[in-house]
Design a protein around this ligand. Structure first.
Ligand code: ZN
Length: 199
């Protein structure tokens, strides 16, 4: 549920007003899961088959892992990461700035191979979900702690970029912020909700 968040409610709310469909970029595997478990006429309507007065309201845009695809004015490349449900990390560029998102993941190599290949990287968003004391739960749920995040960051070959820790479990935020700051890694900070970041 945290991966799709308010997507069904978003489509539902805008249903009557949409003049073009909401496009859902996802792997085929995830599209199949959305159709099986969410937009299945039990939990939510099969919005991909419904139309309002302007036409379709929701459209799947499947992409292949490892192949560049377009999202609006951005170009994106996805790679599978190491999580308990099918999850991808992303590199996104507008041709001027490039950023990478780890998404939810435990230790992985493919993501680092992808982002190290990018000719230029301005920012990296990496998860740090649980405090160091909860390493066992982090491993079981395939997430990182500040400690394991620091291990992962050793695989990064770009220098001088902004590294933003995200996906801090709210209940442990204070501890996580302390542990992330204590790492003393150059360019690393905790991403702040409501702040606008530009690269
Ligand atoms: Zn997750």
């Amino acid at each position: 549920m945290d991966h799709i968040a308010s997507l069904p409610i978003f489509v539902d709310d805008l249903f009557g007003e949409l003049t073009e469909p909401i496009r859902i970029h996802a792997t085929k595997e995830v599209v199949d899961l959305l159709e099986r478990d969410v937009f299945n006429d039990n939990v939510y309507p099969r919005f991909a088959e419904l139309r309002n007065q302007h036409g379709a309201v929701m459209q799947y845009m499947p992409f292949n892992v490892g192949e560049e695809f377009s999202v609006g004015h951005l170009r994106a490349t996805a790679v599978k990461v190491n999580h308990i449900v099918p999850t991808i990390g992303l590199v996104l560029t507008d041709g001027k700035s490039t950023v990478a998102f780890s998404s939810d993941t435990a230790a992985t190599d493919e993501f680092w191979t992808l982002i190290n290949k990018a000719p230029q990287l301005d920012a990296l968003f990496i998860e740090a979900s649980f405090p160091n004391s909860m390493d066992e739960l982090a491993k079981a749920s395939k997430h990182l702690t500040p400690q394991t995040m620091a291990e992962e960051l050793k695989k990064l070959s770009h220098n001088g970029i902004d590294i933003l820790a995200v996906h801090l479990k709210p209940a442990y935020r204070t501890t996580l912020v302390d542990e992330i700051q204590a790492l003393g890694i150059k360019g690393l900070s905790v991403m702040e909700a409501g702040r606008i970041y530009e690269w």
